[in-house]
Design a protein around this ligand. Structure first.
Ligand code: ADP
Ligand code: MG
Length: 260
């Protein structure tokens, strides 16, 4: 069973300390939500886990499947079964969704078995069709250039499609809910739930609790000032929905006084 274990992770960017000791243990099959005000380091954590070069690790350790994740390249991390859905996906002109996905699926297969010759085209088409139907995506989508001219909702769906095709063991979703209307949110959430039922572990980073109405978290963490300050069950997210973040800030941010 895969698990992701983060121990006392400290990360800075441009000499500014952002993560100040993050601890977290996520097992396959679990959904953990990380919530928190803007600017507290949630995306920094996601990018660090994926190996973005701008983020400097000052100390701490991340274990994934018994490996030292921080020693691996982004590519190796992804081949090992880690997936990150970005808050702001980039577009790749000239590369279709289908081609992109086939390349990605083949890379993953090859990592598991160096002898693998790649997925046969008919098999790939069948798999893609199946997953696209699950996400209620029009079949023409596969022939479009990745993310080029995609609406916010389409980008997010493309990411969940990518996740469904790659079948990662742990997925990190950074604000996958942002910019989605309620229908798109429901469809994307259904996709995440389906993957969860296939025993994937999900780290769901979000500012709002609305996605958590559809994807029920096992654990909710609140991040403030670069550390996790509170952890609890789904009720913690509901509490935030009702009371906002001021009570957290009053408790953990020196000098903060609520305007209310
Ligand atoms: P969140 O996702 O919780 O909103 P981020 O991780 O994006 O927070 O940002 C945390 C802090 O890091 C913020 O204060 C932000 O201004 C700073 N930060 C993020 N990216 C950069 C960067 N490229 N250069 C300098 N500071 C950055
Ligand atoms: Mg963010």
């Amino acid at each position: 069973m895969s698990e992701l274990e983060i121990k006392d992770l400290r990360v800075s960017i441009e000499d500014k300390q952002i993560l100040k000791g993050v601890n977290l243990k996520l097992r396959q099959g679990e959904v953990h939500a990380i919530m928190g005000p803007n600017g507290t380091g949630k995306s920094t954590l996601a990018y660090t886990l994926m190996g973005h070069p701008s983020y400097i690790i000052n100390s701490g350790e991340v274990k994934f499947k018994g490996r030292n994740l921080l020693d691996l390249s982004t590519d190796e991390r992804s081949r090992l079964g880690l997936f990150l859905a970005f808050q702001y996906p980039v577009s790749i002109p000239g590369v279709t969704v289908a081609n992109f996905l086939r390349t990605a699926v083949n890379a993953r297969r090859k990592a598991n078995n160096p002898e693998d010759k790649g997925i046969a085209v008919p098999e790939f088409r069948k798999l893609l069709k199946e997953k696209m139907e699950m996400l209620k995506m029009d079949s023409s989508f596969a022939g479009r250039y990745l993310n080029e001219g995609f609406s916010g909702g389409e980008k997010k769906r493309a990411e969940v499609l990518q996740m469904a095709m790659l079948e990662p063991e742990i997925a990190i979703l950074d604000e996958t809910d942002s910019g989605l209307d309620i229908d798109a949110l429901r469809i994307v959430s259904e996709g995440v739930n389906l993957l969860r039922s296939q025993n994937i572990g999900v780290l769901l980073i979000t500012h709002y609790q609305r996605m958590l109405n559809y994807v029920k978290p096992d654990v909710v963490h609140i991040m403030m000032g670069g550390t996790i300050v509170e952890s609890g069950g789904a009720e913690l997210a509901l509490h935030l929905e009702e009371h906002g973040y001021d009570w957290v800030r009053e408790k953990y941010e020196p000098g903060f006084v609520s305007a209310a």
